[in-house]
Design a protein around this ligand. Structure first.
Ligand code: ATP
Length: 284
């Protein structure tokens, strides 16, 4: 069990902001940490890792990581950290990056096999793709059998296909090692696939704490669809107008009458909704 009860005054974008976090995390939980930019997610991870000071207490099982002025050093905390920008040692091969953390060759091999990196073990990081680099940094973070794995938007620099592949690998690694994990993510589908619990932060506080269904599904099964998107263009045809909306990776056309077309502007954020129809599924 990880017990967190910390506070710290931060300089938010609108003046001072108190980071105040009180949460208990069970062994093996996979937590998605979500919330608007500037809400304090990265700072919380950095405090847990011992990279930043805070007041309060953090304990992991019977071990005290922080208690008032007493703070266990980063090296002694047994933390794995995966950053968005990989942070690999570029002068070391893939295998050396892993063995630098811990000389356990058997574990390094197992991790490289699980993430299909075995053939790349002797390669240098700058010869790898973004997805491969992030797999290496994930493996490296697991080399010291961390009590807590912290990941700060680890997949946000990757294209959607690679992102999905890495989500599966993260899931496999979590099944295998059951490492207690906190991962910052903004993507609902990613959170839904990976996490068993979601913490949503706002202005330094946790404002929602629940399982992904409770936190993410707002329609409660009512079959109303609603997607957020942005108007890319409004095109006039003979008698009607067509708004081109970008929703995630897709472009959608919505027919507008003249009065509606006047109401909206290109660049505006909109909600595309539909009700009273039965959605169907088909394989792709
Ligand atoms: N050591 C610090 N002392 C004071 N203020 C800080 C410190 N570190 C960060 N901040 C401020 O705290 C706020 C929260 O920053 P943080 O990076 O934790 O947010 P975030 O939720 O991770 O945002 P993003 O999603 O954009 O990465 C920011 O306004 C930042 O400037």
């Amino acid at each position: 069990m990880i017990k967190i009860d910390i506070s710290k005054q931060l300089h938010g974008s609108n003046g001072l902001m108190d980071l105040d976090i009180n949460a208990d995390i069970k062994q093996g939980e996979f937590i998605a940490l979500s919330g608007l930019s500037g809400s304090g997610k990265t700072t919380l991870l950095r405090i847990l890792a011992g990279l930043e000071e805070a007041s309060g207490k953090i304990s992991v099982d019977k071990e005290v990581w922080l208690d008032g002025k007493n703070s266990l050093s980063i090296q002694k905390r047994q933390i794995g950290f995966v950053f968005q920008d990989y942070a690999l040692f570029n002068n070391m091969s893939v295998e050396q990056n892993l063995l630098y953390v811990n000389k356990d060759k058997k574990l390094a091999n197992k991790l490289l096999e699980l993430t299909e990196l075995k053939q790349l073990a002797k390669r240098m990081p700058n010869t790898l793709s973004g997805g491969q680099k992030q797999r290496v940094s994930l493996c490296r973070a697991l080399m010291n059998s961390p009590k807590l794995l912290l990941m700060d938007e680890p997949l946000s620099a990757l294209d959607p296909n690679m992102r999905m592949k890495l989500q599966n690998e993260i899931l496999n690694l979590h099944k295998e090692f059951k490492t207690t994990t906190i991962m910052v993510s903004h993507e609902p589908s990613e959170i839904y696939r990976l996490a068993n619990r979601v913490l949503v932060m706002k202005q330094g506080k946790i404002i929602q704490d629940g399982n992904p269904t409770e936190v993410l599904l707002k329609t409660s099964g009512s079959q109303k669809f609603s997607f957020e998107g942005e108007i890319l263009d409004i095109i006039k045809t003979d008698v009607i107008y067509i708004a081109i909306i970008s929703i995630g990776q897709q472009l959608v056309e919505i027919v507008l009458c003249e009065d509606e077309a006047k109401e909206y502007k290109v660049g505006e954020k909109v909600r595309v909704g539909t009700k009273a129809f039965a959605p169907t599924l088909s394989k792709i």
